[in-house]
Design a protein around this ligand. Structure first.
Ligand code: UD2
Ligand code: MN
Length: 296
């Protein structure tokens, strides 16, 4: 047998009438609109890479490190070298107001970091929310040679594989804080005056603002809508409960993600690991908000 793709002919074939031995029965693995929900043991990483690697894809990632958040870059970049799309072309775009403080991290062949200088703000809410329009501007400039993009929080580290299994046209990550809660407890924007408004009966999952992605075209559309809605709210003196995360959730309600990533793809270090979380791939570090944000 020549390639890992061929290997699927010699490994035990899944039988449709019995639960596959590689599947999961303790968690939901498909949405009601038939998008996969990616958990450990629902995919074969060797097979997935054998499908995607020959396509010579370039994966972009954006990360913002404004003000004191530059301190998170070193671990973010170093751990991305260990776990994020290993063996693919990866281009990480760092947006910062402190370009001289961006650490030099040793990169494997095919991997690149670019720095883009952005303005700071006196409010962390604005720094976080304005990411949408800056990502949108970046995407307008990218050539056809970039295929997929992920937009990630910087205050985080990779701890496990994040690879080709996460690729899709429109990719959302379920927020680690709310996946056990009923819809009524999701912290959606509930005021009708905001464009991020969600009615009590609305919502599939509560998705996180700290990680999302998809094809360049799909993320272009997403960032255009979310940044416009944030700006239009702002003109009327309205800021959604969780800024761009609220607008993102509204967007994913109207535009269903084609792939959903489980909270393995954005955990939080302060949370104990629940039994269904067999691997933590990416996780937010514990931080002292008062010490690192420009406002409280
Ligand atoms: C895990 C997760 O889903 N986190 C989301 C959550 O809070 P978080 O508490 O995780 O927000 P945060 O403090 O990490 O801010 C979001 C991101 O904005 C950037 N930043 C923020 C402040 C600053 O002074 N400098 C700077 O660079 C940085 O990339 C940071 O990772 O809610 C926010 C809503 O506003 C965002 O949706 C975050 O993505
Ligand atoms: Mn964060």
């Amino acid at each position: 047998c020549k390639s890992p793709v061929d290997r699927c002919f010699i490994r035990p074939r899944p039988r449709l009438t019995t639960l596959p031995h590689t599947g999961r029965t303790d968690v939901v693995t498909v949405t009601p609109w038939l998008a996969p929900i990616v958990w450990e043991s629902t995919f074969d990483p060797v097979l997935m890479d054998a499908i995607f690697k020959p396509q010579n894809l370039t994966i972009a990632a954006t990360v913002f490190a404004v003000g004191k958040y530059v301190q998170f870059l070193k671990d973010f970049l170093k751990t991305s070298e260990q776990f994020f799309f290993i063996g693919f072309n990866v281009h990480i775009y760092v947006f910062t107001d402190r370009p001289n403080d961006v650490p030099k991290v040793q990169l494997a062949p095919g991997r690149k970091v670019s720095v883009r200088v952005v303005q700071s703000s006196q409010r962390w809410q604005e720094i976080s929310a304005r990411r949408m329009e800056m990502v949108h501007t970046l995407l307008l400039e990218l050539s056809d040679s970039t295929h997929f993009i992920f937009c990630l929080d910087v205050d985080s580290k990779f701890h496990g594989r994040w690879g080709s299994e996460s690729l899709g046209e429109l990719v959302a990550v379920v927020h680690p804080g709310y996946y056990g809660n009923p819809r009524s407890r999701f912290p959606f924007e509930r005021r009708t005056k905001s464009r991020a408004y969600m009615a009590p009966s609305d919502g599939d999952f509560y998705y996180c603002g700290g990680a999302f992605g998809g094809s360049v075209d799909q993320v272009l559309a997403l960032t255009q809508t979310c940044s416009k809605n944030y700006r239009d709210d702002e003109k009327e003196g309205v800021e959604a409960a969780w800024q761009e995360e609220s607008h993102l959730n509204r967007y994913f309600w109207e535009n269903k993600p084609s792939k959903v990533l489980s909270p393995e793809y954005l955990w939080q270090d302060f949370k104990p690991r629940n039994p269904e979380i067999r691997i933590i791939r990416f996780s937010g570090v514990i931080k002292n908000y008062a010490a690192i944000r420009p406002n409280v």
